[in-house]
Ligand binder design. Structure first.
Ligand code: SAM
Length: 285
């Protein structure tokens, strides 16, 4: 099969299969030939590893992953792309395509069934942007046996995810991701690298999964409720933001902040991970 990032090849495939792009499914296919080989190499694909891909499209990244990895499993929601992938990836014997919704499938079961003969498993994907956060959080929260998650996301999302905790650029997603993983910005990708070009620029990030969380937050559910409440009103003082959505009463918030030695007029976005963890424990004390 000639290069799957070649615009002529893509148009030919689309025409023969009667395929047209679905905006609703976040379908922007990569046409910059340098992106997928870099993603596959930096995303943990090697001769002993298994790779789980979400949203293969016509298989441009899938093919690069399959060249480096022992095995690739790709989950695609759009049923129109399943016969296309059968054709474009026909030369590879180490790829399995699963038709389904990555947010609904049992990913732990898929990893268990398909990668038992691999030394490690990584996730590598050019994500559909309409579900960036839910997919990343589902991958991290379910504590899958994976070493890293390498994904293309909107540049803005990449900046937020990779921002230092305690900086104005950080948010609830930054804190949540840093609890489970160490995020790194890998490289930027311009809108013109896609067909059709999206309205935004993109970036590839890698989140290296921590063997275990670095910070003791006590009950994780309370920690994440605290983060959601705090960042939903991030410009307010922390004493006020912690009461939002009925998370804490004014008295509970004041008591926890005092015990944690945090000024009630500070803002949650200014706290580093250590102090956020301490505050979470004091809320539970
Ligand atoms: N990997 C291809 C590439 O780089 O050219 C396509 C990436 S495109 C941004 C996102 C892909 O995810 C599309 O093929 C779309 O159909 C698929 N998709 C959208 N929602 C999905 C879901 N919930 N589960 C699995 N795949 C999904």
């Amino acid at each position: 099969m000639s290069s799957l990032s070649d615009i002529g090849t893509i148009k030919d495939i689309m025409q023969r299969h009667g395929f047209s792009f679905s905006k609703g499914l976040g379908q922007n296919f990569l046409v910059n030939p340098s992106v997928c080989p870099r993603m596959a190499e930096m995303g943990g694909a090697n001769a002993h590893s298994g790779v789980l891909e979400i949203g293969p499209g016509i298989g441009v990244l899938t093919a690069e992953l399959a060249r480096l990895a022992k095995k690739v499993v790709a989950i695609e929601l759009d049923d129109r792309l399943i016969p296309v992938l059968g054709e474009t990836l026909a030369e590879f014997s180490n790829i399995k395509v699963i038709h389904g919704d990555a947010l609904k499938l049992d990913l732990a079961g898929i990893i268990r069934e398909n990668f038992s003969d691999c030394d490690s498993v990584a996730v590598c994907a050019n994500l559909p942007y309409y579900i960036t956060s839910p997919i990343i959080m589902a991958l991290l929260e379910s504590r899958l046996p994976i070493t890293s998650v390498t994904v293309m996301v909107q540049k803005e999302a990449a900046d937020r995810i990779c921002a230092p905790i305690g900086s104005r650029e950080s948010g609830a997603l930054t804190v949540a991701i840093n609890y489970y993983a160490a995020p790194h910005m890998l490289f930027k990708v311009s809108a013109g690298s896609f067909m059709p070009p999206p309205k935004v620029n993109s970036a590839v990030i890698r989140m290296d999964i921590l063997p275990e969380p670095k910070y003791d937050v006590g009950d994780e559910k309370i920690f994440f409720r605290m983060i959601r409440a705090g960042f939903s009103q991030r410009r307010k003082t922390i004493a006020n933001s912690l009461t939002s959505g009925g998370f804490l009463t004014k008295e509970q918030a004041a008591r926890a902040l005092e015990k944690a030695g945090i000024a009630p007029n500070s803002r949650i976005e200014a706290l580093d991970m250590e102090r956020l963890a301490l505050l979470s424990r004091m809320i539970q004390d």
